[in-house]
Design a protein around this ligand. Structure first.
Ligand code: PLP
Length: 524
């Protein structure tokens, strides 16, 4: 069936279809076609004068035929984009329990600071003498990051966590090459529970990857690491707290073993939110660690351009930090743009980005730090851990914990053992959460846990919000165990788009819009 806009309606897709509306809309949830599908060539939002007659100098390069841009009036364009914006689920619409992603509230104060014209309008090609305030802000952010991590250096320019991983691993590679071991030290150890970016980064930078087996209790054992060490091992990439939400109890011993073998310790710091103000990675023996400003320091995920993934570096790796960086000497700061300008003793491995990194994110992160203060950042970590454990305690009698003997840090990890025999999978359970108005938690990650469900509430949530979330999951869990299978296997029932063929979308992505055949033909 086609609705008024000539698009197929979703009738018959599930039992939740009470009756079809004429427009295809469902109350405030309005169908929104692509802008190309609603535009008309004869319509425009602006009133442009016909140009005076002119002679084209394009010759045979002049465009033949229509340009094909959508034409809309201003209110039509406005409605299109506002409707699209309303289809977002974000941290501003509800609890966003994605484990490992730390979807915390983005304080509006940070946004206000980032919009100050002196920061928002700064251009990377402006003369350095006109931007002392921006440099000062970057230095202050660097000082905070070094203090919180107990590390002596930081490279600010990487634009995301994975980009930071690349930066840290390139610094390690440069340090090994400087020791004359570039040809022989080329293996990186990565635990089986690691985020996929870790082995991908190691491989991208030119190392070969050796997995460290997962221990049954979800942690990495120093004996297992020692057994893999040799003159060919360059580094280990270890996440702490790890992807199971557990603080690695042998992290100090693992760092010492790496160093004794002449190798480095790269720490994936994506979960730094659990330990800010409580433990300093520098004290744990870390050589390089990225910090996702969009996780721990509440800058927006994804929205508004690239993020920032600064990398803190140990004394041994600091000389290899990439350009550009700010060098302070006798109280004067100077921007080092090229390898040749680097102060004596420095040997930058290269550069990660065209310019200096993501200024807007620096401003937001520093605003977060300054508004919280040292005590506030510590409390945020404590509250994040408390909230995760509150969820764990509220669900542990219904849903199974793979590692019941370790307390959770900032996220609670469940497996699918409790779903055995119900005919409901982790995916089905996650889809049913959409019907309840929640973004699902992270599922099937970490890979070492069967049917993993990783819930990270962050410190932003109130007790009332956590209680409602727990009550909702309890209701779902009891329905799953009580044979109410249809609530799950065909969920989501209330979402505008139902189950997608995710495999096909990944394997055969449709990346180009083609003008559809006229409606009469398509409708047959
Ligand atoms: C988020 C995350 C990353 C990657 O960070 P991006 O900023 O998304 O590139 C790496 N490791 C872990 C454990 C993460 O949670």
């Amino acid at each position: 069936m086609l609705n008024r806009q000539g698009r197929p309606t979703q009738a018959g897709e599930g039992e939740s279809q009470h009756h079809e509306t004429f427009t295809g809309n469902r109350a405030l949830e309005q169908i929104e076609p692509l802008i190309f599908e609603i535009g008309h060539h004869e319509t425009t939002g602006v009133d442009i004068e016909k140009p005076a007659p002119f002679a084209s100098r394009l010759g045979k390069h002049a465009r033949q035929g229509e340009i094909g841009l959508p034409g809309l009036s201003e209110p039509e364009a406005m409605r299109h984009y506002v409707r699209l914006s309303q289809k977002n689920y974000g941290i501003d619409t509800g609890l966003f329990p994605l484990g490992s992603c730390t979807m915390k509230h983005n304080a509006r104060l940070n946004e206000k600071m980032a919009r100050l014209p002196g920061f928002a309008d700064v251009h990377p090609l402006q003369p350095v003498s006109t931007v002392p305030g921006a440099l000062e802000l970057m230095l202050e952010l660097a000082r905070y990051l070094m203090t919180l991590t107990g590390m002596p250096a930081v490279a600010l320019s990487p634009k995301a966590g994975a980009h930071g991983e690349a930066c840290g691993m390139m610094a390690i590679k440069a340090a090994i090459a400087a020791r004359g071991e570039g040809a022989t030290r080329n293996v990186v150890l990565v635990p089986e529970s690691a985020h996929g970016t870790n082995p991908a980064t190691a491989a991208l930078v030119g190392f070969s990857v050796k997995p460290v087996p997962a221990r049954p209790d979800g942690t990495v054992a120093v004996e297992d690491v020692r057994a893999l060490l040799g003159p060919e091992v360059a580094a280990i990439m270890l996440t702490n707290p790890n992807t199971c939400g557990i603080f690695e109890p042998q992290i100090v011993e693992i760092a010492a073993a790496m160093h004794a073998a002449g190798a480095y310790f790269y720490c994936d710091g994506a979960n730094f939110n659990a330990i800010v103000g409580k433990a300093r990675p520098g004290d744990l023996g870390v050589d390089a660690m990225h910090i996702n400003l969009h996780k721990t320091f509440s800058t927006p995920h994804g929205g508004g351009g690239p993020g920032a993934g600064p990398v803190v570096l140990s004394e041994r790796l600091a000389p290899f930090a990439p350009v550009p960086f700010i060098h302070v000497e006798k109280g004067k700061s100077r921007l080092v743009e090229h390898k040749a300008d680097a102060p004596a003793g420095n040997d930058p491995f290269g550069r990660m980005t065209a310019f200096h990194g993501q200024m807007g994110m620096y401003v937001r992160a520093l605003a977060y730090m300054l508004s919280h203060g040292a005590d506030g950042m510590k409390q945020a970590s404590e509250d994040a851990v408390l909230n995760a454990n509150y969820i764990r305690a509220g669900l542990a009698d219904l849903m199974s914990l793979p590692f019941p003997d370790h307390p959770s840090m900032h996220e609670a990890l469940f497996d699918d053992d409790w779903l055995k025999g119900t005919g409901v999978s982790t995916l089905d359970f996650a889809k049913a959460m959409i019907d309840e108005g929640y973004h699902p938690m992270t599922v099937y990650f970490p890979l070492v846990v069967h049917g993993a469900m990783l819930i990270e509430p962050t410190e932003s949530e109130s007790k009332a919000s956590l209680d409602l979330f727990i009550a909702t999951l309890r209701d779902l869990a009891m329905a799953a165990r009580g044979n109410d299978k249809s609530r799950f296997t065909s969920a989501p029932h209330h979402a505008p788009i139902r189950r997608l063929d995710e495999t096909r979308a990944a394997r055969q992505p449709v990346l180009k819009w083609e003008r559809p055949a006229p409606v009469q033909q398509a409708a047959e």
